[in-house]
Structure formats: C-alpha cells, structure tokens
Design a protein around this ligand. Structure first.
Ligand SMILES: Cc1cc2nc3c(=O)[nH]c(=O)nc-3n(C[C@H](O)[C@H](O)[C@H](O)COP(=O)(O)OP(=O)(O)OC[C@H]3O[C@@H](n4cnc5c(N)ncnc54)[C@H](O)[C@@H]3O)c2cc1C
Length: 390
C-alpha cells in the first residue's frame, strides 16, 4: 500500500524542525553536503517519494508527494531543491531505467543509501538547452563513450550517479539526444572546483567533465530521440517542486516577521499594530495562499497536456512571490532584518536562486507566451482598421 501523505508530510515537518532548522547555519559554515541529514530524511521515506513500493519507494502520486518540499522549504530551499532532484532521478530510474539498471540502483536510491542528480546544463547551454555539446559515441559492443562538460551540477562529486543528457551525433538540434546514467566512480569522470556561492554553501555545485567515459547500455534512461523531451518532463516536475519549496520559504519569512513585529515596541504600541505593517504582511500572506493553490494545481496537472504550462505558471509566479516575501519581511524587521541570526538574508538569497534554477522566470514567460499565441489562433479576429494588420 502506498504511503499515507499525511504521515509523510508530518515526517517532513519534523525533519525540518529537528534536523534542518537547528543545523543549516552550521552546514553552510562547513560548506559540505550534510549526508547524515539526508540519510535521516531517507529513513523517514523522503528519498523515494514517487517510486513504486516494489522498488522500496513510497508510491505517492506527484500531486501529493510534491507537497513535501513545502515542508522542507520552510527549513531551507536549497536542501528541499536537492532532495527534489534526487526524487525526480529516482522516479526516472524506476519508470524508465532498464531492468538491469533498476536492479542495481533502484533500491539504493529509494532508500537514500545512494544519491542521484541530473546533468543537463553546459557552460554554453543554460536556458538554450538544445545548444549542447556533450557527445556520446555508441560503440559496436553497445557501450557508450562520452566526452564533454556539464556546468552547474548540483551534488557534484557527492551524488553517486548522474543522469546525464548527451547528444549522439554532430547534427544541431535535439532529435539525437538521450539520457544515460553515469556512476560517480566511472573512470574519466571528474569534477571542477566547487563554485563559491553567497549562501547555500553546503550544496556542492561544480562543473562535471567526461573524458572518454565508457558506460554500459544498461545505463540508458531515455533512448536516442527522447533525451531532451524526457529532460523537459523532469524539469516540469522540478519547476513545481521549486514552487512548493518557495511556499515553505515564504512561510518562514512571514513567521519570522510576525514573531518579531508582535513584540517590537514603537510609537507606544507594537510594530504589528501599525496598519502599514499589517498591509505589507497581509500582501505576503495573500501571495502565499495564491502560490499554494497554484503549485498544487500545477502538481495535479503534471503528466497531462496542461502540465508544462501549469508548471511554467507556478515557476513564473511563486519564486517571484518568494523574492518579494523575503524582501518585505526583511524590511519589517528594520535593521534587525539585516543581522545574520534572524536568517532573512539567507531567505532572500535562496529565493533569488530559486528564480533561476530549473528554468528562469523569463523562460517560464516564454512558455506562457507561446501558449497565449496558440490560444490567440483559436479566437475569432476583431475588425482591424486599415493598415493595422499589414
Ligand atoms: C543553484 C543552482 C543549481 C543548479 N543545479 C543544476 C543541476 O543540478 N543540473 C543542471 O543541469 N543544471 C543546474 N542548474 C543550472 C540552471 O538550470 C541554469 O542556471 C538555468 O537553466 C539558467 O541557465 P543560465 O544560468 O545559463 O542562464 P542563461 O541561460 O545564460 O540566462 C541569462 C539570462 O537570460 C534570460 N533569458 C534566457 N532566455 C530568455 C528569453 N528567451 N527571453 C528573455 N530572457 C531570457 C534568463 O532568464 C536569464 O535572466 C543549477 C543552477 C543553479 C543556480
């Protein structure tokens, strides 16, 4: 029987309160992925959310499982994002991996004994994902030899396997793309220096280099022709997961502001008694409610024809609302909002990062714009005065 979402959400809430919040500043100071913490998340079922039970997963539908990041995002948006990527890779492994690959990896991934991540971005291809160079040659014995470089790989050197999007010809475009899993210990796979980030320092981010990396055909996750399409499906799940995490971040910002403003004395009363402060925080609360409804609707639409557009709406609206919430709540604390112990600066930096990763706000606008053009074609034309339509 699939796990009960109420129990999983309670476990995620407890993980946030007992593991993330008391330790996240220490993780950032140490600058290392907190593997012991992700093992604790795994122990309560947070690393195989959508994977079937036969492979040790929780068997939750996406529409339910994605709510976990709302809980984790209240602790830390980068930690929530990283576990969401692992869960998507685990879902892809169980859904699309070969029998041999599943047998070797699925239980280790659902149990969190091993961690996975996804490598699509390259130095020259971020938003423009089709401009990719990483190239696989398919050998006569079925193995693939891979050469190239990926950029912005999360959990670089920490994850045990990387679901990597590659090209299989020199032709431009995406018709020849595939996705193949490269285990960390494969000869020829190396990582560049860890990027220096202003926050979320515990998340190792780096380039990943493939120098004649040879991988078995057992590791093919998406065959030639389906690599980019599959990656975009994974990114839609990631976009909604990020929106979910952003709701947790907004809740954290709002709660910090309320906790402070209710006791801060000014003008003979409390900061929270001022109409202007209530209005500022009221707008954050409204945006938070709207964001929750939007990401949950988008999560339920995943896998349907509306999924990509709904994911774009959620990724466009919610991280922007989170940036605004973090800034507004910082302002409510006055000077105290700038001090490290209140954590507002961490939330601001995380919210900005979440606007970029897995498709920027602008890329979401492009997706939404294309959908509007499509709809316009179905609408009757209005009379256009002479000269206006030419
Ligand atoms: C913390 C973090 C973790 C990440 N982890 C991973 C990972 O694990 N695996 C992975 O593959 N990738 C990862 N990424 C990469 C991420 O997905 C890319 O950063 C993102 O897709 C944007 O690409 P870019 O940074 O190259 O920006 P660019 O593509 O260079 O964009 C620059 C600017 O141009 C804007 N822009 C782009 N297209 C348009 C347009 N048509 N119209 C108007 N403006 C436009 C963008 O919105 C942006 O503001 C990560 C990134 C971050 C920040």
């Amino acid at each position: 029987m699939a796990a009960n979402i109420t129990d999983i959400l309670a476990a995620a809430r407890k993980h946030t309160d007992e593991v993330i919040l008391p330790n996240v500043d220490g993780w950032n100071e140490a600058g290392k992925w907190p593997r012991a913490a992700s093992a604790m998340a795994a122990a309560v079922g947070l690393t195989g959310l959508y994977a079937p039970e036969e492979w040790g997963g929780q068997g939750l539908p996406l529409g339910e499982g994605i709510r976990v990041y709302e809980e984790l995002g209240r602790g830390d948006g980068a930690y929530a994002f990283t576990l969401s990527m692992h869960n998507i890779c685990t879902f892809a492994t169980c859904g699309y991996g070969t029998d041999a690959f599943k047998e070797k990896w699925a239980r280790d991934l659902t149990s969190g004994r091993k961690l996975a991540n996804f490598a699509l971005t390259e130095p020259q291809s971020g938003s423009d994902a089709t401009n990719m160079y990483t190239r696989a040659v398919i050998n006569d014995n079925g193995t693939w030899t891979i050469n190239g470089a990926k950029a912005w790989v999360s959990l670089a050197g920490e994850a045990d396997v990387y679901l990597t999007v590659v090209k299989t010809t020199d032709k431009p475009g995406h018709q020849d793309m595939a996705m193949i899993a490269i285990p960390k210990d494969t000869p020829g796979l190396t990582f560049g220096p860890k990027y220096e980030t202003p926050s979320y320092e515990f998340l190792p981010l780096a380039e990943m280099y493939m120098d004649n990396v040879v991988v078995s055909e057992d590791n093919i996750i998406l065959p030639v022709g389906q690599g980019l399409q599959g990656a975009l499906m994974a990114i839609d799940i990631a976009r909604v997961s990020i929106a979910s995490g952003c709701c947790g971040l907004m809740q954290a910002a709002l709660d910090t502001a309320l906790s402070y403003a209710k006791d801060r004395k000014m003008f003979g009363r409390k900061n929270l008694d001022l109409d202007g402060i209530q209005w500022m925080l009221g707008d954050v609360a409204t945006n938070l409610e709207a964001s929750k409804h939007l990401y949950r609707a988008a999560a339920n639409a995943l896998g349907t024809p509306e999924g990509p557009l709904m994911a774009a709406h959620a990724k466009r609206f919610v991280p922007d609302a989170a940036v605004d919430a973090a800034n507004t709540c910082t302002q409510v604390l006055g000077g105290m909002g700038l001090l490290k112990p209140y954590g507002m600066d961490r939330l601001s930096r995380l919210s900005q990062m979440l606007r970029i990763v897995d498709g920027t706000t602008e890329v979401s606008r492009v997706v939404i714009g294309r959908a509007l053009q499509k709809r316009a074609k179905t609408l009757p034309s209005l009379p256009i005065p002479k000269g206006y339509g030419e």
